[in-house]
Ligand binder design. Sequence first.
Ligand code: BES
Ligand code: ZN
Length: 636
Amino acid sequence: MTATDPTTQSNYTRIHTEHLELHWTLDWERTRILGSATHHLKASEDGVKEVILDTSFLDIEKVEIGGESVQFTLGDRHPVMGQALTIPLSTLTKGQEVKVTIQYATTGECTALQWLDKQQTAGKSHGYLFSQCQPIYARSIAPLQDSPSVKITYNACVKSVLPVVMSAIRVSPPSSTRHAGKTFGADEVEYTFKQPTPIAPYLLAIASGNIAFKPFVVPSGVNWTSGVWTEPEMMDSSFWEFSEDTPKFVAEAEKILIPYHWGVYDILVLPPSFPYGGMENACLTFLTPTLLSGDRALVDVIAHELTHSYFGNGITQKDATAFWLNEGWTTYFERVLQQVLHGPLARDFSYIIGSKALVDSLRAYESRPKYQRLVIDFEYGEDPDDAYSSIPYEKGANFLLYLERQLGGLDVFLKYAQDYVKTFVGKSIGTETWKTHLYSYFRANGGEEKVAVLDSVNWDAWLYGEGLKLPVEMEYDTTLATQAFELAARWDASRRENVHHLNFKESDIAGWNTNQLIVFLEKLGSIAPLPATHVHALTDIYHFNETKNAEVGLRWFELALISPAATDFAQSAAAWVVDPNSLKGRMKFCRPVFRCIFKVDPRLATKTFEENKTAFHPIARKLIAKDLNVAEVKGA
Ligand code: BES
Ligand code: ZN
């Protein structure tokens, strides 16, 4: 027996959507999506009498089958899963199909959507809308079976006075035309899309605003196109940052695995309230503008999101318990791409940066050790966002790296990875299925010797282990981190010296890229805090307090706010997070910094959040509020 998805109320095992048709109008005046969703459903067994869909804060107007209105019921709201929409059907036999149309509108409480004012965009001239559906918010943009076990194709027709993009292939008008020749921002244009490859519902996505497109040059002979969408104000910097590497990542990935099968790999650089670094929406990766560091140091996020085309979007976690199959595999393979393009030292450097994030996350869950596991058994209705951390990414990637090293190295393991993709692309699977295939692959390709290696793996510790350490201590080549480690060691050694006699200068870090600065600051954060005088000297010399680079800013404030000089920097940390010209809406930045401020000055943290919360995406708003409340209870 296979357990069902713990985060959906739908009856997807009995009847499931195969195809979805969306007809939407973006109502910019009332900031809502208005329209219909038509499900092409198929019964998986005999005697199905109803279909149950997930919804969250949707206004359901009517439900129709074959042009006839039917009586539906909307259940009580579950705090995490929302309201079940039950639609009666005439009794179906296995394999029988039926089409159901729901007319509805979104509301101001739909967690997936953020409607931005002009002021919250780069151009400050038009509004902006974007969605974020992973993990369980697709149900707030359309009634559907919101489980990654259900894979659907979709078509969409969206009317808007501003250009629209979706996680699909654009049918019309062409990407290169600017609003089909109509009056921009005033006349409605109909944008049509098709997604012919079945996707999990969490990959449904839409954005609309003053956005333009610029294509990348792709290698000749490939079967896909690639380019960047963004506001005109960010086009040049986005193109510079990503045009070089993006097509290379796709080309390398398809060489190692299987041909890229989604037709299009576009990226969309969003306004700063986008709550993640990147989101692998099908055909269209969404990205935070904080990746525009001007040194191409953060392109690994694109390697990551592109890799999801295989692990996540291709082979999909069957439910939240298998989240690590999406993120652990993707992190592992993202770093393989780094190695292919930038050499083995670059791969190890990423593991070094990741190990700090892993330890931080494991520590943060010390009071909830269940979330320290790689495979988390969620209770029915438990919020997967509560478990979101670096653990599935880093523990997962290290587990695969460990298996790679045990089983004969990178070449051997990549052949296996290719077989894994070929076997399961298009399907949704769990950890057991992955493990069974791993054994059968190595039994067939290496025999009893490899099986013995697999038998020696401490499966229980890797999959279900808790605590602050990996089951096996992992070693990485530290060459690329050497300079940063050495400078940190000099600061460490200087702690007893008079601050006026310190021998540091701005040129210590001249020419360093973002990742070296990160490693330097993180190293300083891992040793005994420097005296307050030295922390001031650190930023007087290197200007961390004024950095434009959010990755550097995060590490600086994390360091400063645990130092003896913490109170001196709380105010500037708060100003940094809610800076109206560059909001740190990405949760990787705002959540830890809000938590750090809270520890130093709880009133400042709550006040800053209360005064600025509408600037944040609803998901970030929800999680920051939780973080601050939890800390309040603890600190009381
Ligand atoms: N799919 C995730 C983002 C996500 C996960 C959103 C779970 C909602 C729920 C995406 O691929 C991701 O992992 N983004 C990372 C970047 C990456 C380089 C680690 C991020 O946003 O930091
Ligand atoms: Zn990811």
